[in-house]
Design a protein around this ligand. Structure first.
Ligand SMILES: [Fe+2]
Length: 61
């Protein structure tokens, strides 16, 4: 379950990065908002990765 959540966070990060690239040339306000959201998603992914790493090996999959 945690692994699936981590994959979902990474997909969200990729989606935000794509949106940031799209808006960057003409809408700096939206770009900045998306960058802040993306940073939060990165924190979520880091938290889940840490959680996974601290689980006993037999519970990681
Ligand atoms: Fe998230």
């Amino acid at each position: 379950m945690i692994k699936e959540d981590l994959v979902a966070e990474r997909i969200a990060i990729d989606s935000y990065r794509e949106m940031i690239r799209y808006f960057a040339p003409f809408d700096p306000t939206t770009r900045k908002m998306l960058e802040e959201i993306e940073a939060t998603e990165e924190e979520h992914a880091d938290d889940l990765a840490d959680l996974l790493q601290n689980l006993p090996k037999d519970l990681r999959n």
